[in-house]
Design a protein around this ligand. Structure first.
Ligand SMILES: Nc1ncnc2c1ncn2[C@@H]1O[C@H](COP(=O)(O)OP(=O)(O)OP(=O)(O)O)[C@@H](O)[C@H]1O
Length: 380
C-alpha cells in the first residue's frame, strides 16, 4: 500500500479543449497528496488517468516504478473511493466489503478442478472473512457488519466504502471528493479520521478536492491545479506562506487573503493610493502589481493605512473585522484579531492599520509572485 505514483508529461484533451497540459508529478510512497483547484481545472480527469479509467493523449503513468500507462484499471491494483459511495444496496456491509476480494480470489479458485476448487474456496472464504473483519475494525464499523447501506448514516457509509477499498491492500488509494456528500460537522470529523487512517496505514493517498480546508488539514503536500496545469506543488504551509501565484494566494486560506492593487515605483518602492509602504519589489519594472496580506497579519495602531469598519464578527477564539479602504470603498479588507484583543472600533469608525512588510506578498501583472523585501533591508 506504499507505492510511488509517477506522472510524466501527461496531456489530455476532449475535442479541441486541452484539459491537462503536460503534467509532471511524483507522489512519494506513503504520501498523502491532494489535487486541489477550482471546478473544471482537470483534477478528476488526472485521477481517472492514474486509475486507468481514462487514457492520456500523451505521457506516462508509473506505479511503484512500473509503467502502467497501457494497463487496464483492474491490473493497476489501485483502490478508488468516490463521492457517491457506490455501495450495493441489497448487500450487507460485510458482503459489500468482501465483494472485491471475492471477485479476485474466488475467480482464481474457480479455475481449479471441482474438488480442489471446493477446498480452495472454503479456505479463501475464511481468509476473506478475516480480512473483512480486520478492515471493519480499522474503520470502527465492526458493529455494523450485518446492516444494509440504507440503515447507515452518511459517515458510516463512507467508512464502509473506505473499508472496501482497504481490504484489497491496494498500491495506493485514489479518492475523488469522498467527503462532499456529508454535512459540515461530519466532514470535519471524517477529515480527522482520514488523516488518522492515513497515519495508521502509511499508505499512498491521492485525494481530489475543491475544498482547500480538506487539502490543508490532511495533506503532506498539495498540488494546486489551474486550467490543466499544476500551479504550485508544496506542503500546506509552503502554499499558505509563499503562494507562487495570485491564483494560489486566492485559493488557499480562510478568510481569503486580502488583495489590493498597488503601484511599483521606479525606485522599487510600493505605493498604495499614494501611501508608500515599507516594502520594495525586487527585480521588477515599475508598474501595477497586487499586494496580498493575510487577515491575521494586519494590526490596528495609531498610524497606518486608514480603513472604515463595516462590521465585526466573533467566531469563538477569533474576531474578524470587515472594513474597506478609505480611499476606495470597493476594496474590502478583513482583519483577524484574537477575541481577547481590545478593539476600540465600531461600525463606520475609521481605523489605522499596518502589517509587517515581511508578511506581505507581491504579485506582478502576470500573477506571478515577485520578490518583496522590507525597505530597510534593501541594500542602498
Ligand atoms: N468525458 C468528457 N468529455 C468532454 N469533456 C470532459 C469530459 N470529462 C471532463 N471534461 C471536461 O474537462 C474539464 C475538466 O474536468 P474535470 O472533471 O477533470 O475537472 P475537475 O477539476 O475535477 O472539476 P470538478 O471539481 O467540477 O469535478 C471540464 O471542463 C470538463 O467539462
Amino acid at each position: 500500500m506504499q507505492q510511488s505514483v509517477e506522472l510524466a508529461g501527461i496531456g489530455k484533451g476532449f475535442g479541441a479543449f486541452d484539459v491537462l497540459k503536460n503534467i509532471d508529478l511524483s507522489v512519494r510512497p506513503g504520501e498523502f497528496l491532494s489535487l486541489v483547484g477550482m471546478s473544471g481545472c482537470g483534477k478528476s480527469t488526472l485521477l481517472r488517468i492514474i486509475a486507468g479509467l481514462e487514457r492520456p493523449d500523451r505521457g506516462s503513468v508509473a506505479i511503484g516504478g512500473s509503467d502502467v500507462t497501457e494497463l487496464d484499471p483492474s491490473a493497476r491494483n489501485l483502490a478508488m473511493v468516490f463521492q457517491s459511495y457506490a455501495l450495493y444496496p441489497h448487500m450487507s456491509v460485510r458482503q459489500n466489503i468482501a465483494t472485491p476480494l471475492r471477485m479476485r480470489r474466488l475467480s482464481l479458485a474457480g479455475r481449479l478442478p471441482l474438488v480442489g476448487a471446493l477446498a480452495a474456496s472454503a479456505e479463501v472464504l475464511h481468509d476473506i472473512d478475516k480480512s473483512v473483519e480486520q478492515a471493519a475494525e480499522t474503520l470502527q464499523i465492526s458493529h455494523l457488519l450485518d446492516r444494509k447501506p440504507a440503515q447507515l448514516s452518511g459517515g458510516q457509509r463512507q467508512r464502509v466504502a473506505l473499508a472496501r477499498a482497504l481490504v484489497r491492500s491496494p498500491a495506493a488509494f485514489l479518492m475523488d471528493e469522498p467527503l462532499s456528500n456529508l454535512d459540515a460537522k461530519l466532514r470535519a470529523h471524517m477529515r480527522n479520521e482520514l488523516a488518522a487512517l492515513h497515519c495508521r496505514l502509511g499508505a499512498t493517498f491521492i485525494y481530489v478536492t475543491h475544498d482547500q480546508i480538506e487539502a490543508m488539514t490532511m495533506s503532506d503536500r498539495i498540488a494546486l491545479m489551474n486550467e490543466g496545469q499544476i500551479e504550485q506543488l508544496g506542503t500546506p504551509s509552503q502554499l499558505y506562506e509563499h503562494p507562487a501565484t495570485l491564483t494560489v494566494a486566492r485559493f488557499i486560506g480562510t478568510p481569503s487573503i486580502n488583495l489590493v492593487p498597488v503601484e511599483v515605483l521606479s525606485n522599487g518602492s510600493v505605493s498604495l493610493f499614494g501611501h508608500v509602504l515599507g516594502l520594495a519589489a525586487g527585480g521588477h519594472d515599475a508598474g501595477p502589481a497586487t499586494l496580498g496580506v493575510r487577515a491575521e497579519h494586519i494590526s490596528i495602531g495609531s498610524e497606518g493605512l486608514p480603513l472604515r469598519v463595516l462590521r465585526t464578527e466573533t467566531h469563538g477564539a477569533d474576531r474578524f473585522v470587515h472594513a474597506h479602504l478609505l480611499a476606495d470603498e470597493t476594496l474590502r479588507v478583513t482583519l483577524r484579531l484574537t477575541a481577547g484583543e481590545p478593539l476600540a472600533a465600531d461600525t463606520a469608525d475609521v481605523i489605522q492599520v499596518s502589517f509587517p512588510p515581511e508578511r506581505a506578498h507581491l504579485f506582478g501583472r502576470d500573477g506571478v509572485r515577485l520578490a518583496a523585501l522590507p525597505t530597510d533591508r534593501v541594500a542602498a
